[in-house]
Design a protein around this ligand. Structure first.
Ligand code: RET
Length: 267
């Protein structure tokens, strides 16, 4: 009786041990698929991962330099790059070990970071005017439609064209709100010149900078240039777009925050 208990415990231990041996062997196998010198998409995942960490530290530390009403904006910028950095580690692994497009991680990242960028917009406006909550919710609805459409298309729950079109509708709705809708009007009426110019720059980021994403989708899925070169194009374009829209966007806000804080010190 006791012997058979001991026997079964021993068997279980052996199974666990061999299991962990298998795991460590796979871990070893995974770590042996290292970055290749000609894998430029993989290299871009690595470089951007590092740039995102550095930006995060930078935005958080620079909070000290700016006046109170700008601190939250810098925090949000740092959160955007932090969340993206973690997703880039995972995306980089998927790409380097399998050579395939990390769609799920990409969209989880966007689902968190794009609303944070929308909050950033709202904060900039709120720093100088009373902004109705409806502005914020409309920007959120546009964001959700855009991302859900894109995901359904890329993950092939629906056709790639319908996904593209739904995504475009969401994005156009956001553009309408920040150019012609209430958000645009508030900025035109009540902002000091430096904030107006920051708001304008942000508008152009959401127009030109964000337009890079549908281009990525287009070259990734809608040109029929073969799965492998499409995957390269898709990921390199999305990665470049993230540098502009997460890091450069944060730096614009940082520039305004620093100059506004310093000019209010002089007063
Ligand atoms: C930090 C990540 C950002 C700012 C991601 C932005 C993503 C977009 C603007 C995506 C837009 C898309 C369309 C406008 C249509 C096709 C599908 C998408 C989702 C790629």
């Amino acid at each position: 009786m006791i012997m058979s208990k001991i026997g079964s415990v021993a068997a279980k231990l052996a199974a666990v041990a061999s299991g962990s041996f298998l795991i460590s062997k796979t871990a070893f196998a995974a770590s042996s698929s290292v970055l290749k010198a000609d894998d430029f998409v993989g290299i871009s995942f690595w470089i951007i991962s590092m740039a995102l960490i550095a930006s995060t530290v930078f935005f958080f530390l620079e909070r000290d330099r700016v006046s109170a009403k700008w601190k939250t904006s810098l925090t949000v910028s740092g959160l955007v790059t932090l969340v993206a950095a973690v997703h880039y580690f995972y995306m980089r692994d998927v790409w380097v070990t399998t050579g395939s497009t990390p769609t799920v991680f990409r969209y989880i990242d966007w689902l968190i970071t794009v609303p944070l960028l929308m909050i950033e917009f709202y904060l900039i406006l709120s720093a100088i005017a009373k902004v109705p909550a409806g502005v914020f919710w409309r920007l959120m609805v546009g964001t959700l439609v855009m991302l859900v459409g894109g995901y359904l298309g890329e993950a092939r729950y629906i056709g790639v064209w319908p996904g593209f079109i739904i995504g475009m509708i969401g994005w156009l709705f956001i553009l309408y709100e920040i150019f012609a809708g209430q958000a645009g009007k508030i900025n035109a009426q009540s902002a000091p010149p430096s904030v107006q110019s920051a708001f304008n720059t942000m508008r152009w980021i959401v127009t030109i900078g964000w337009a890079i994403y549908p281009l990525g989708y287009f070259f990734g899925y809608l040109t029929g240039s073969g799965p492998e070169s499409s995957a390269n194009a898709l990921n390199i374009i999305y990665n470049a777009a993230d540098v502009l829209n997460k890091i450069a966007f944060g730096l614009i806000i940082w520039t305004v925050a620093v100059s506004e804080s310093e000019s209010s010190l002089k007063k």
